[in-house]
Write a protein that binds this ligand. Structure first.
Ligand code: RTP
Ligand code: MG
Length: 144
């Protein structure tokens, strides 16, 4: 008998643009409609240290300073969701990074656009792999 495939967890953020535009409920609705389980949920304002750590993989890139400033510009909703293949599944629900080219039907394709900002504002974040998910969940929800 083979072991059942392991369930996964991933970190979800509703970024400040999503909170400002009143899209928290819509994002959570899509997560719940897809069938993923919410295991943690919190509204908070992220500080510089948390965001520098969260975006460590992007350190040195030209967009990291405007990105951190944007992410500090208002509260975010942080969540951990769970399910089989949820890391890939949540990124699929979110859609491509650039909302102008993100497919209709995705969160970014349906709800975000280019407003001429300094950095891409695209409503949500999702961990991009198992290592990133473990690192980001430990960072945002220590002890979970
Ligand atoms: P995320 O990390 O937010 O889930 O998005 P992602 O994997 O699709 O994109 P990533 O390459 O990890 O970039 C992180 C976030 O940085 C902003 N960004 N702006 N040229 C730009 O203005 C630029 N490039 C990246 C976006 O908010 C992106 O989601
Ligand atoms: Mg990313």
């Amino acid at each position: 008998m083979t072991d059942a495939p392991a369930t996964q967890r991933t970190l979800v953020l509703v970024k400040p643009d999503g909170v400002r535009r009143g899209l928290v409920g819509e994002v959570l609705r899509r997560i719940e409609a897809k069938g993923y389980a919410l295991v943690a949920l919190d509204l908070r304002t992220a500080d510089e240290a948390l965001l520098a750590e969260h975006y460590a993989e992007h350190a040195g890139k030209p967009f990291v300073r405007p990105l951190i400033d944007f992410m500090r510009s208002g509260p975010v909703v942080a969540a951990v969701i769970e399910g089989h293949r949820v890391i890939e599944g949540w990124r699929s629900l979110a859609g491509a990074t650039d909302p102008t080219s993100a497919a209709p039907g995705t969160i970014r394709g349906d709800l975000a656009r280019d407003w001429g900002q300094k950095v891409i504002e695209n409503i949500v974040h999702g961990s991009d792999g198992e290592d990133a998910a473990a690192r980001e969940i430990a960072l945002w929800f220590p002890g979970l």
